[in-house]
Design a protein around this ligand. Structure first.
Ligand SMILES: *Cc1c(COP(=O)(O)O)cnc(C)c1O
Length: 229
């Protein structure tokens, strides 16, 4: 078995163990393989090992890989998970299936307007600055309901839920706190009548805590592809 296949298997085992611990079904937690800096060749190996969803952080790098792996386009789901500037929205709207880091209405409006008519709506999450750090992107929790309502109304997009990158913590109890706050925020949107189902949260170092608090999609890079250069 290739290293990537073995790593994927180990990650699936971690997801299954965390799900069981939380009384959840492993199939309710999707695995997004974060492939920033990973070559198309190694992405293909992950695909051959059964992985279909990949996350990219940089627009041009992502588009280059989607193009290089064009023969697999029908099998793969490409997620844009990095910060997005307004001059790059068109490429993302034309090439990706998902965007995780919507942090202002202007970006969402551009993506909606630029989504080609023949493609399914772009699936999107709003990024929440859940740890309240001044430097990190994402909207403040108090701004989420209004932005969510506005994004949900855009015709080229389908609002799926919320995403966060909390401040790194070693202590499992400390890791769970921001994830619990995310779960509450998603619940409030559902009570508001929005049809949202996705909590994109949890990375290689904190996926168990995220799953314990209701993550439906974990974004895993290092544990699958190894340490990035
Ligand atoms: C790089 C990255 C990840 C993956 O992080 P790992 O610690 O390598 O698992 C997840 N989400 C985002 C937004 C990232 O930029």
């Amino acid at each position: 078995m290739s290293v990537i296949a073995a790593n994927l298997q180990a990650v699936h085992q971690r997801i299954a163990a965390a799900a069981q611990q939380a009384g959840r079904q492993p199939q309710d937690i999707a695995l997004l393989a974060v492939s920033k800096t990973v070559s198309p060749h190694r992405i293909r190996a992950a695909c051959q090992a059964g992985q279909a969803a990949f996350g990219e952080n940089y627009v041009q790098e992502g588009v280059d890989k989607i193009t290089a792996l064009g023969d697999l386009r029908g099998q793969l789901h490409w997620h844009f998970i990095g910060p997005l500037q307004s001059n790059k929205t068109r490429l993302v709207a034309e090439h990706f299936d998902w965007v995780h880091a919507i942090d202002r209405l202007k970006i969402a409006e551009r993506l909606s307007a630029q989504r080609p008519a023949g493609m399914a709506p772009l699936q999107v999450c709003i990024q929440v600055n859940i740890s309240g750090e001044a430097s990190k992107s994402g909207v403040a929790p108090s701004e989420v309901p209004a932005l969510a309502r506005a994004v949900a109304a855009l015709p080229g997009l389908r609002l799926r839920g919320l995403m966060a990158i909390p401040e790194p913590e070693d202590d499992p109890a400390a890791q769970r706190r921001p994830f619990a706050a995310m779960r509450a925020l998603l619940g409030a949107l559902r009570e508001d009548g929005l049809d949202v189902d996705t909590l994109s949260m949890g990375m290689s170092g904190d996926m168990e805590a995220a799953i314990a608090e209701g993550a439906t999609m974990v974004r895993i890079g290092t544990a699958i592809f190894g340490t990035r250069a």
